[in-house]
Design a protein around this ligand. Structure first.
Ligand code: FUB
Length: 297
C-alpha cells in the first residue's frame, strides 16, 4: 500500500502545473490578464503573424481559464479593421472588467496612439466610445484598479515624444484615470530617474500587502520599483526576472495566488514570433519579489 501511495504521489507531483506555452497553435505575445465578471481569469494577447519579421499584428486573441493550466481559446476578438480610425498595427493590449463592462485598451504601433473599446462581453462585439484615440503618446498601456476603485494607467512615452533618460529607451509614467475609464484625471506623472533604471517598455502595476509594484521591461530582463502609493515616489528594486529576451510581463492574483505571464519564443526561436507562458510570482518576507527563473523548454 505504501508503495502504491508513493507511486500515486510521484505521478501527481510529476504533472506540470502549467501548460506552457499556453498554446503553440499560433503565436501569442504581450499577455494582459484580468479577472472577468464570470470569475474566470481572462487573457488578451497580441497575435504575431506566422511569417512576421516586424510587429505587424492586426488582431487580439482572448483566452480564459479557471485553473491556470487548461485554457479555452475564444478567438480573435478585435481586428484593426473593426475600429475605423486605426491606422497601424495592434501592439500590447490591456483588459479590464468593471460593473458589467469590459474595456480593451490598445496602442497603435510603437509611437503610442492609444484607444479603448468597450463591450458587455469579454469577446465583443465592441463599441468605440470615443471615436478616436484617447491619447497620442502612450505605448504599452496597462490599467490597474486600486482597492478603493480608483484606476491608474501606466505605460511608456515614446522617445519620439520625449527624450528618455540615459540608458533607457522610453520614459515610464503613471496617471489617474477618470471614473469612466476612458481618459485621464490630471496629468501623467513621469517617473523620475532615481525611481527606475533601463526602462524599455511593458509597464505594469500591481499591489501586494499594501505595497505598489511598478514592473517593466529593462535591457536585461524584467525590473521593478516599489512604493507606498500608486503615484509614487518609487524605489528602484532592480531585476527580478533576468533574461535578455524575456519581455512584456502581465502580473495578477487569481484564487489567492500570484502569477506572472511573460513571452519567449520557444517555437520559432525568433523574437518577432512569440509565445506566452506563465509561472508563479512569489515574495520574500520583506515584500521584495523573489527572482523568477528564466524558463527552460
Ligand atoms: O508586441 C509589440 C511590442 O513588443 C510591445 O508593445 C512590447 O511590449 C514588446 O512586447
Amino acid at each position: 500500500l505504501i508503495t502504491l501511495l508513493g507511486l500515486a504521489s510521484l505521478s501527481a507531483s510529476a504533472a506540470p502545473e502549467f501548460s506552457n506555452p499556453i498554446t503553440t497553435d499560433f503565436f501569442t505575445a504581450d499577455p494582459a490578464p484580468f479577472i472577468g465578471g464570470d470569475g474566470k481569469l481572462w487573457l488578451y494577447t497580441s497575435h504575431d503573424q506566422p511569417d512576421a519579421d516586424i510587429f505587424n499584428m492586426v488582431d487580439y486573441c482572448a483566452f480564459s481559464t479557471e485553473n491556470m493550466h487548461d485554457w479555452e481559446f475564444h478567438g480573435y476578438v478585435l481586428h484593426t479593421n473593426d475600429v475605423p480610425w486605426v491606422d497601424g498595427y495592434f501592439w500590447a493590449p490591456a483588459g479590464l472588467y468593471r460593473d458589467g463592462t469590459y474595456y480593451l485598451y490598445f496602442p497603435i504601433g510603437g509611437l503610442g496612439k492609444t484607444g479603448v473599446v468597450t463591450s458587455k462581453s469579454p469577446t465583443g462585439p465592441w463599441t468605440d466610445p470615443i471615436g478616436g484615440p484617447m491619447d497620442t503618446a502612450t505605448m504599452d498601456p496597462y490599467v490597474f484598479t486600486d482597492d478603493d476603485g480608483q484606476a491608474y494607467m501606466v505605460g511608456s512615452i515614446p522617445k519620439q515624444q520625449l527624450e528618455p533618460q540615459p540608458g533607457c529607451l522610453r520614459t515610464p509614467f503613471v496617471v489617474k484615470m477618470r471614473d469612466d475609464l476612458l481618459g485621464y484625471e490630471g496629468e501623467k506623472r513621469l517617473l523620475e530617474p532615481h525611481e527606475y533604471e533601463k526602462h524599455v517598455e511593458a509597464a505594469w502595476l500591481h499591489k501586494h500587502n499594501g505595497k505598489y509594484y511598478y514592473t517593466h521591461k529593462g535591457k536585461g530582463g524584467l525590473l521593478y520599483s516599489m512604493s507606498d502609493s500608486p503615484m509614487g515616489p518609487y524605489k528602484n528594486m532592480g531585476y527580478f526576472m533576468p533574461g535578455k529576451y524575456l519581455n512584456h510581463q502581465g502580473i495578477i492574483k487569481y484564487k489567492n495566488e500570484w502569477y506572472i505571464f511573460f513571452q519567449t519564443y520557444p517555437v520559432s526561436n525568433y523574437l518577432k514570433r512569440r509565445n506566452v507562458s506563465l509561472t508563479r510570482l512569489e515574495y520574500n518576507s520583506d515584500g521584495s519579489i523573489k527572482t523568477v527563473e528564466e524558463p527552460v523548454y
